[in-house]
Design a protein. Structure first.
Length: 166
């Protein structure tokens, strides 16, 4: 099995778990945030749904420069809009991942803002960290947002206190 095939399967599994969590976001709580420095629930759901879009530049460019690229955060108006974006973005990510060469995945990719370099790592490490781990991190954040709003959490890596399994 190639490295990208393993990453793709893991990505698809995490996208399914993420969709379950996004499906629980209450539309009447999109403006809620646990602290003034925290993202709103809509912004967090949008961020989670947009993370898969980063796979395309990771696999098709030498890097990303925030000083040269305009970023417009995705702000869904409903959980259905967040779910639809996640589905579309995950499909595009899976398509670009198909057939990537292992040697290419070991080539460096750089994230910067002009002269400030945030990191330069092999593409495979960027996908693991900036995509997979980042998604899991923010999905856990969303789980806390939901818990604080008395929303039942879906099962992810096993049953939750609210669900016996799904």
């Amino acid at each position: 099995m190639s490295m990208i095939d393993g990453l793709r399967m893991e990505f698809q599994h995490e996208a399914e778990l993420t969709a379950k969590m996004l499906s629980r976001v209450p539309d009447d709580k999109l403006g809620w945030q646990p602290h003034p420095k925290s993202m709103t629930m809509a912004r967090l759901a949008g961020h989670i749904a947009e993370i898969p879009t980063w796979i395309v530049p990771i696999l098709t460019s030498e890097g990303m420069d925030f000083a040269k690229e305009a970023y417009q955060p995705f702000m869904p108006k409903s959980h259905e809009e967040a779910l639809a974006a996640l589905q579309k973005n995950a499909e595009a990510a899976v398509a670009i991942m198909q057939g990537q060469d292992d040697a290419y995945l070991l080539k460096p990719w750089c994230l910067r803002a002009g002269e400030q370099v945030y990191f330069e790592m092999p593409r495979i490490a960027v996908i693991r960290g900036m995509i997979l781990s980042h998604t899991v991190h923010h999905r856990a954040q969303l789980g806390l947002y939901l818990r604080l709003n008395d929303v039942a959490l879906p099962a992810t890596y096993g049953p939750s206190a609210d669900d016996s399994g799904e």
